[in-house]
Design a protein around this ligand. Sequence first.
Ligand code: ZN
Length: 502
Amino acid sequence: MKKMVKRLLAGVVALSLLFGGTMLMTQNQPIAYADATNNTWAGKTPKYIFLFIGDGMTYPQFTAASDYLGAVKTENKVVDTENLAFMDFPVVGNATTFDASSFCPDSASTATSISTGYKTLSGVINMDTSKTLAYETVAEKLKKQLGYKVGIVSSVPINHATPAAFYAHQPSRNKYYEIGQELVNSNFDYFGGGDLLQVTGKENDKKSLYDLATEKGYKVVNTKQDILNLTAANQKTIAISPEADGAMPYEVDRKTGELSLADFTRKGIDVLFNDKGFFMMVEGGKIDWACHANDAVASIQDTIAFDAAVQEAVKFYNKYPNDTLILVTGDHETGGMTIGFAGTQYSTYLPQLSEQSMSYEAFDAKIETYRTDKTSFENVLKDVQKEFGLVTEANKDQTIYDNMVMTPYELKQLETAYNLSMIPSKERALTDADKLLYDGYEPLSMAVTHLLNNKSGIGWTSYSHTGLPAAVFARGLGADMFSGSYDNTDLFIKLKALTRVK
Ligand SMILES: [Zn+2]
């Protein structure tokens, strides 16, 4: 028996030597996730490939957006939805999202699965579970083997987990500087959207990543005009949103005239367009951040902005339908968001959500001033009415929505949260119950958004990621490959089959 094991091991080693790294990698990959029946492709290779990833966006997020748009359109009088553009794509698939450490995976491991076909641990970028072997990504393969130009766009920092998973290989997603160095050395053609995190390293003692990028031939632009002027004549470009403070602003906070995710996608197409082909990954990264904070309005508005970016690709597809493939998916669900809440039973009041004028994050900034100014609860309630539409019994004639009048119980919930928020965060002693209610967020922001969400018929179960599968929408050349039910690693395998990269 022992001899046999030894012989088998010797065989594995020999094979490993024979096939180089590939065999070694698969040793950490004991389960085959590939759906062998649907991974061959006899057709033409798509020249232009778009991969849109809504971070934290699965069924609840895009359904909430389309239900909301439908409810607003009909003033909630009839049940009707207004599909986002990608929801009308002709091919739909379903991808499981678990990673090697959890059924509730993170963005690093799920993006690794999508871009390399391997499962790994949460937090790991394109390396195996032992964090020693690096995997080549589909974007790297397309660039090296087919000469495609590559673009990476995100509304969050471009060295954050999801964008990083197309060009970096790191044992931890938190190694932002090292990820930035890999970005600079990737030779990819276009990066757009958010800023770079830890530009001069964690200890502020390293050479600026932007200087390194310039040395490597990148043109770094960060004004609206320079970004709008970008064309195919521009070689390697990093286009940073002028409003980026790490991430781009939430769509609900974005001011008229400020660049959107759709703008960065359109400019990406302008820069990348060429005869050989291109691959562009666009991430709607703040759908996830909004859902971590259980802010349905911020999530819905960012999902709509993400769809507007998809529509830029659809315009391109309409010009080059025989050469273009568009994929739209999510990496995991965030927040345990759902449509329906215990307090509203079978009813929803989604148009009420349009009363919210700012994200939880912008409201956090207001709370900061309440704390400094020692603003009274009565005065804070005036802002709650102005910015979120929630009114007290005394002001019930000031809303068109009966359901927006707060009950004494709800008002008490707000006051409890207000009292906690008036204490500087470091001095707050949170009970277990407080932690379930507010996690690490500003208590008053959480109380206000939860109240508005719940009264509108939206529920939440978590401040983290959950285990729901992701939908995959496909349009264009090779789209049929993406129908059916499979694992997220299959997205890579299908792309590999379509483009015949090794
Ligand atoms: Zn997240």
